[in-house]
Design a protein around this ligand. Structure first.
Ligand code: SAH
Length: 242
């Protein structure tokens, strides 16, 4: 018997209903995560319930910032610095029709993702090893995504440079943040404008199953990103645009 009641009730509050196949996929995801985590450092959260809430449910909250409810079309999504797949992969399980790229700099983690995608039998999802600073200059990926996601990768001024170049004009970048973000927000205004983004919109996530200090920072892409951005690997984190 699969017991995922808190995850299920949280997902329902996001308007997401999961069928048996999808719940099975989350089960497999959990077990693979724990298995690989003994060899490579994927997460410090390993408790069954905690993974369901702090990884799976937390990932699904990004739907609160989508332009349209539900993800029935074949929207293209990229997850920057995906690590063990968050938030991209839970979203792909919940909305199997989306096209997803998981971008991850560490090969071992990307290999975990490749293996997991295969085991879950998912289509239209690519695990890509590389750095955002480089991949964002390839025409196959530059300004090609309707939704750009990122969780727990860097501070906002840096993240703006690592994410916005991937977004199409009219697309949306959704960044998951925790805690006090006032200073980061202030510091990111210049970078976001320079990179072609709108003024950010902030949503607080109010789901009783999750912590109460979680936010979604949403930036719409208004203008093309100037060709020189992102700068060389490491520069966006060392010298953020401020
Ligand atoms: N998003 C996941 C992982 C966060 S840890 C989660 O929320 O659980 C940050 C991850 O981003 C690490 O796996 C790191 O390898 C990756 N990363 C950091 N900088 C990156 C860059 N410039 N390009 C691609 N991946 C990057």
């Amino acid at each position: 018997m699969i017991v995922m009641e808190h995850f299920l009730s949280g997902a329902a509050k996001l308007g997401i209903e999961l069928n048996t196949q999808q719940l099975n996929q989350f089960q497999v995801y959990y077990h693979k995560l724990i298995e690989y985590n003994q060899r490579i450092n994927l997460t410090s959260i390993t408790d069954y319930k905690e993974v369901q809430l702090k990884h799976f449910l937390d990932s699904l909250t990004v739907v609160l910032a989508f332009k349209q409810t539900g993800l029935n079309g074949n929207l293209s999504i990229i997850d920057i610095g995906s690590g063990a797949g968050f938030p991209g992969l839970p979203l792909k399980i919940a909305f199997p029709n989306v096209k997803l790229v998981l971008l991850e700099a560490t090969r071992k983690k990307a290999d975990f993702l490749t293996n997991l995608i295969h085991t879950l039998n998912l289509d239209y999802v690519e695990s890509l090893t590389g750095r955002a600073e480089e991949i964002a200059h390839q025409s196959k990926y530059r300004q090609r995504f309707f939704i750009v996601l990122s969780r727990a990768v860097a501070t906002l001024p840096t993240l703006a440079e690592l994410t916005l170049p991937f977004s199409t004009i009219g697309g949306r970048t959704i960044i998951q943040k925790k805690g006090d973000i006032a200073d980061e927000l202030k510091d990111s205004a210049k970078a976001i404008e320079l990179l072609g983004g709108s003024q950010p919109e902030i949503r607080k996530i109010i789901i009783p199953e999750l912590d109460d200090n979680l936010y979604l920072v949403t930036i719409d892409k208004l203008f093309p990103t100037p060709a020189k951005y992102p700068r060389r690997p490491g520069i966006p984190i060392k010298r953020p645009i401020v």
